[in-house]
Design a binder for this molecule. Sequence first.
Ligand code: PLP
Length: 500
Amino acid sequence: MASMLLSRQLTCCLQQNSRLLLFGHRYISQAAAKIDVDFDYDGPLMKTEVPGPRSRELMKQLSGIQNADAVHFFCNYEESRGNYLVDVDGNRMLDLYSQISSIPIGYSHPSLIKLLQQPQNLSTFINRPALGILPPENFAERLKESLLSVAPKGLSQVMTMACGSCSNENAFKAIFLWYRNKERGHNNVTKEELESCMINQPPGCPDYAMLSFMGGFHGRTLGCLATTHSKAIHKLDIPSLDWPIAPFPRLKYPLEDFVKENQQEEARCLEEVEDLIVKYRKKKKIVAGIIVEPIQSEGGDNHASDDFFRKLRDIARKHGCAFLVDEVQTGGGCTGKFWAHEHWGLDDPADVVSFSKKMMTGGFFYKEEFRPNAPYRIFNTWLGDPSKNLLLAEVIKVIKKEDLLNNATHAGKALLTGLLDLQARYPHLISRVRGRGTFCSFDTPNDATRNKLIKIARNKGVVLGGCGDRSIRFRPTLIFKDHHAHLFLNIFSDILANFK
Ligand SMILES: Cc1ncc(COP(=O)(O)O)c(C=O)c1O
């Protein structure tokens, strides 16, 4: 019975996939056809305005069940492939936002389809285990070939989680446990601690804090939200914690024209970090850790120099705070290195690095000294999903085989150069062009102009995302190539020329 079910599922999967392989795709060029990843369409194809009639009908249906105001349009994922997202009205759009930066190697990648077709993988997809207590035989091996094969320097340990917020939330806990053990030394836990923690009081619940930066985004769960400061709408009406918030540098562009000003701005922010740690300690709140994004993403693609981050790392060490780098959005290769913080050249690695999005699974890497000292202290039912580790192992193989980190650098250069050119031609619409790899962005004069540009681009077949109060960000897949950049730049150049 079970084998019949397995074989029926497999046949169905094969049928669907052969349909996918036979129809709808085009190879772009002779040169591009040499590699697997060009399982892609040859350009946008628009049939209706977006959202079209079918999307609007589905929005009405969904609105009856939940608040669906954030929905842009409904998608046809079966028809979406490569860098192109197809909607339910048959519109095919070049996707430069890729599900809020979370599609590593494009839609319906043939290597991932093949993985699903292999009978030995089926059980991993249908039997989701409680990984912390009943992992499958190959779990450690799978972690080694997926996550640990790309672990940031110096971090030998990893925990998987379901999403970015869950990863940061548990990373905070790992930091607090580490800090308390450091303070406690070899002394045993006291009866008072055990009793007071049950009523949310010290000493069992110590007054520890995470220091975060204005403009940062680390998720929407309660602990993470206390470190998120990108938009009021995320925080309004939710109780929070009195944890220190430091200013994040606001750099002036072009960088080469404002070297001195930007250095001063970074020095001011670093000074404030140290002042806050001391000030909070005086009021008996201990800053156990510092959390920072390599590029503040949701908050507006705010960059700081590599030197700023190296100095921040030094400050964390000097004050005995853990240094947590949130690579949920920047990780996975889009900046041209697998981890954006690798650009900094740290002597002493970060203590903890969280990830999700392009990594297919959430989780965090950490140094051995951050291992929890007992079971169930960092725990939940699923602790991720082994099927995602399987997919990730394949994604990493593709990244290596297709040299996609160098591709991100190369395609990113084409994109950035084109954006700088547009900035020179349309300075009243585009400013502060910035980026690393394909992780690029620019500012528009205001929120209304930004939203209008995104809407016009969508109707011309390009999906873009906004961030901060007036920025447009690029978050394409890792198989975004130079020719996709040129295609976008041509479309966008027309939009800017006709913008009223
Ligand atoms: C830097 C960063 N951290 C954390 C998160 C939260 O991740 P999730 O939405 O998966 O909870 C995000 C989400 O955009 C993010 O960009």
